[in-house]
Each structure stands twice: as structure tokens, then as C-alpha cells.
Ligand binder design. Structure first.
Ligand code: NAD
Length: 498
């Protein structure tokens, strides 16, 4: 296994049955730096269906002894992993830098994701006592214990945009619930996530964590339809989510789908709007160059505050330095890949060609780099035609439409007029208005006076309604999704001996 760190190209392997190993036939593929597409960052193993089969069989073999551990024992393993993730400061810094170079996101965010992964392992471990408590029902008609069983081998499929935080929303939960796993990182951000997974997998018995990388077109269906896979937890686009659900149906394998969103924020007439509020709004929309499922993607503003919001947000966007994420000054890195850049610029160009009033903002210190990397400055679309794709589709990039409204009923109707329903936010100074409007929004999560990952409580179940997905990650619910309930009825003296 070659794990050269620093800025030399790295090579990552699969992880199967306690060992790192190359893909069958030594196949691999290259990953380049989206800020400098000519720069090779490394190679990841290009797994095959045979590699998937080996990984699933290893997970199946490792399952009985892992499932037999108590919750307290599994919690100890999770805590050891959390400690190990940050124990070697040099290794941590090298992985964060590698992550930045393969992904494009700014270094500070790479560090934040790494910290969040460890935090989520610790949080999941803290549920041990609650998980160990069965529900007891006394008769008549019967005496019953309701307990839960792990499902078996879980396939965990991760997107490229927030790969480590998202791993933290499914991996510790799957393990804590007693499952063994096969993780498939995205081919667009495979290196740092795979190295991090190897670090964790080495701390556990063989077969508990297995990792396959490679082209989804080659290994995706093999994983999802494998007869020994008992649960699929997928995070990604709604297009691929539909495909996963159809494939999983072949074996009636249950799925959790965390899909895209087109999050609306409602800025009420009484919202407290100062520089801090505009910075929170800016981060909600443009953090990670807008490539966040729970990013603010449609901003509805009461007409009386519209000009103020446009100017406040324009000022925040204009302070953004757009460039290489490794540089301290950078606030907006490149899009992760050429296809994503094309999607976002396509939405912007369509809006421009149909006469939308667009503001392209931010500061570009290195125009040559900007011209060759996958960059797009923050764009605000002022009161655009609401039927534009920039408004109706998930942009997943640094472009935000701002639309005025007259009444709160109108704002709610517009916010809910979407096939998506992931997150949303309400901005007001009035407590009752905040909670009343929040309850009317069709979404899995609603923030008050903030939006996005900086305001998210990892103890709260996270997921979407409508075409934003099925099921929930995170919190207690995020653990028990990886289990089935199991009722046992019998004589009370057997079931409740004390
Ligand atoms: P994507 O759907 O293209 O890919 C997601 C993952 O699925 C990747 O690992 C990919 O390789 C894999 N995949 C693709 N085809 C597959 C197949 N046939 N079988 C099995 N796996 C397959 O998404 P992406 O471009 O990586 O991520 C961006 C999307 O993810 C956006 O729509 C975003 O909103 C969504 N997302 C949602 C959440 C959430 O929690 N709701 C979080 C992050 C991202």
C-alpha cells in the first residue's frame, strides 16, 4: 500500500477483511485538483463487482461476532476511533490538505469536516444506555418485550460534497446498531475519505468496516443488489436515489435515501438584519461553494426588506475571495468537478439569456487560476422569473435567487411549491411567528435565523420529505434505522425475572 502524504500523489486501496489491498487487476483511476485540473492528486483503486463481492462476504463473516458485542462494548470501539482520528496531528493535517486538493473546498472546511466526523462517533457512542433498554409491555393480553436486532451487512454510499460529515451521519450509527459495513465513497472525492476509513477499519476486527472505491457504473449495482446486503443507506442526488431504490427492490432490501434539496428561507418583515445575520445568510448559501444539500437555495424576502437584504447579502458576497482552497485568504473554492461547473454555469446562463438581473460578486486575486480551474464567483439573481431552473432546481453551486413576497401565506406557499423538502429556515424576531411558520414548512429540518450545517444539531434526526428522500440519519432515530424491532411474548416470570 502506498500512502505517500504531503503533496506527492497518493494511492489508496480497497479495504477488505481487515486488510488494504489493490483492486482486482491492480486497476486504479486518477483524481486531479479542481483548482488546478492539470495537477494529479492521486490514484484510487478502481474496484470491480468481484471486489464488491469479496467486501460484502467479509462483512457477512464479521457480522455475528460484532453483533454479539454489547452496546457498551461497541461504544468503546467508537470512542477509540474518535480518539484515533485526531491523535496524530501531522497525519490529520496531511489528510486535511489532501482532502482540500482532491475536493476543492477550503482547508478550514476540510478541518471542520474531520472534526465533525469524530464528534459524531462520540455522540453515537453516548446512546449506549438508551439502546440497551428494551421496552416492556405487561398483559393482558400478553407479556411482551420489544427489543431490536441489527440488520446485518449495511451498504453505505457517500456523495462527494461533504463526504466525511456524511460518513459521520451513517457509519458510527450502523456500527453502534451492530451491523458490519461496506462503504462506497464517491469517485469524485475518494482519497482522503478512503485513508480516513482505513485508519478506522484497522482499529476494528476484520470484516467490520470494508471499503470499495471505483466507478459507480461498475460497482454500484453489484453492491446494492448483493443478496447478503441487508440495508442500503444512500446519500446523493434524487436521480441516483431513484435508481438505488429500484435496484434494492430486487431483493426487497430496505433503503434510506438522503437526497437533494431546494431549501427555501423566509425573511419576515420583522427580521433582525445586521452584518452578523447577513454573514449567516451568506454562509447558509455559499459555504462549500454552495455544494451542500442543506444550503439555502431560494431566498424569499418580505417586500419591505427586499432592498436591504439584496444590499446586505451583496456586500457579504463581495467580500468573498475566490481561489485555491489551500490559501488562507480563500473563502470560495472551485466547484468539485467539471460537470458540476457546467451544471451551475448552465443555470446561470439560462437565467441571463432570459433577462434575469444577475449580480456576479466576489474578489478573484488570481484571474489565470480562475480561468483554468472549475471556479464560479457567487451570483445573486434579483427577483428572477420563478419558473427559471435557477429557482426550481437544486443549483448545488454558488448561485442564489432572491424573490420578494407580500404576505406570509404567500411565502409559505412559494417555499412549499417544490418537489423537494429537505431543509428550510425562518428569519424573524418574533418567537410565535418563527415556530408557527416553521411548522407549516414541508421539510425535514427548519432552522430559525440561520441556515445550513453551522446551525445543525447532530442529535436531531436529519432527512427530507417529498423527493428529498426517505428515512432519517443522525440522532437516536439514525441509529435504530439500522435495526429491526423484534417482539418476544411469553410468561411474565420468564421475560421479567426481577
Ligand atoms: P450522486 O447521486 O451522483 O452520487 C452519490 C453516490 O452514489 C456516489 O458515491 C456515487 O458514486 C454513487 N452512485 C452513483 N450511481 C450509483 C449506482 N448506480 N449504484 C450505487 N451507487 C451509485 O450525488 P453526488 O453528485 O455525489 O452528490 C450531490 C448530490 O447529493 C446532490 O443532489 C446533493 O443534494 C445530494 N446530497 C444530499 C444530502 C442529504 O443529506 N440529503 C447530503 C449531501 C448531498
Amino acid at each position: 500500500m502506498t500512502l505517500t502524504m504531503g503533496d506527492s500523489p497518493v494511492e489508496t486501496h480497497l479495504f477488505v477483511n481487515g486488510e488494504a489491498r489493490p483492486a482486482t487487476g491492480n486497476r486504479r483511476y486518477a483524481l486531479h485538483n479542481p483548482a488546478r485540473p492539470e495537477e494529479l492528486v492521486g490514484h484510487a483503486a478502481a474496484g470491480s463487482p468481484e471486489d464488491v463481492d469479496a467486501a460484502v462476504r467479509a462483512a457477512h463473516a464479521g457480522y455475528p461476532s460484532w453483533a454479539a458485542l454489547s452496546y457498551a462494548e461497541r461504544a468503546d470501539h467508537l470512542t477509540r476511533i474518535a480518539d484515533a482520528l485526531t491523535a496524530d496531528a501531522e497525519d490529520l493535517a496531511a489528510r486535511a490538505r489532501l482532502f482540500c486538493r482532491e475536493h476543492g473546498k477550503i482547508l478550514k472546511e476540510c478541518q471542520l469536516e474531520m472534526a465533525r466526523l469524530g464528534d459524531r462517533f462520540r455522540l453515537t457512542a453516548s446512546y449506549a444506555d438508551r439502546l440497551a433498554t428494551d421496552e416492556h409491555l405487561t398483559g393482558p393480553p400478553f407479556d411482551t418485550i420489544i427489543t431490536r436486532q441489527p440488520r446485518g451487512v449495511a451498504a453505505l454510499i457517500v456523495p462527494w460534497n461533504w463526504p466525511l460529515s456524511i460518513l459521520g451521519a451513517k457509519l458510527p450509527q450502523a456500527l453502534m446498531a451492530g451491523n458490519t459495513v461496506v462503504v462506497k465513497p464517491s469517485s469524485n472525492s475518494a482519497l482522503a475519505p478512503t485513508l480516513t476509513l482505513h485508519l478506522m477499519a484497522r482499529l476494528l476486527p476484520p470484516g467490520v468496516i470494508n471499503v470499495v472505491t471505483g466507478a459507480a457504473s461498475e460497482i454500484g449495482d453489484a453492491l446494492v443488489t448483493h443478496p447478503l446486503v441487508r440495508f442500503v443507506n444512500f446519500t446523493g442526488s434524487d436521480t441516483v436515489g431513484r435508481h438505488i431504490m429500484a435496484q434494492a427492490a430486487r431483493n426487497l432490501t430496505p433503503v434510506t435515501l438522503e437526497l437533494g434539496g431546494n431549501d427555501a428561507a423566509i425573511i419576515c418583515a420583522d427580521a433582525h438584519l445586521d452584518a452578523d445575520a447577513f454573514q449567516r445568510m451568506y454562509l447558509g448559501a455559499f459555504m462549500s461553494t454552495g455544494q451542500i444539500c442543506m444550503a439555502l437555495k431560494r431566498l424569499y424576502v418580505h417586500r419591505s426588506r427586499y432592498d436591504e437584504v439584496v444590499e446586505g447579502l451583496s456586500a457579504a458576497c463581495d467580500r468573498a475571495v475566490v481561489g485555491d482552497g489551500l490559501l488562507d485568504e480563500t473563502r470560495v473554492g472551485p466547484l468539485n468537478n467539471a460537470k458540476q461547473l457546467e451544471t451551475v454555469t448552465g443555470l446561470i446562463e439560462e437565467a441571463r439569456s432570459k433577462g434575469a438581473d444577475l449580480r456576479e460578486l466576489g474578489h478573484v486575486p488570481d484571474p489565470d487560476l480562475y480561468a483554468t480551474g472549475y471556479f464560479q464567483k457567487p451570483v445573486l439573481a434579483l427577483d428572477p422569473d420563478p419558473t427559471l431552473k435557477l429557482v426550481t432546481e437544486e443549483q448545488f453551486g454558488p448561485a442564489l435567487p432572491i424573490l420578494p413576497f407580500e404576505t406570509e401565506d404567500e411565502a409559505i406557499a412559494k417555499a412549499n411549491d417544490s418537489r423537494f423538502g429537505l431543509c428550510s429556515s425562518v428569519w424573524t424576531e418574533d418567537r410565535d411567528r418563527a415556530t408557527t411558520l416553521a411548522r407549516r414548512l414541508e421539510a425535514g429540518y427548519t432552522y430559525l435565523n440561520a441556515h445550513g450545517p453551522t446551525a445543525q444539531d447532530s442529535r436531531g434526526p436529519f432527512g427530507g420529505v417529498k423527493q428529498s428522500g426517505l428515512g432519517r440519519n443522525l440522532g437516536y432515530e439514525g441509529i435504530i434505522q439500522f435495526q429491526s424491532s423484534h417482539s418476544i411474548s411469553g410468561p411474565a416470570c420468564w421475560l421479567f425475572p426481577n
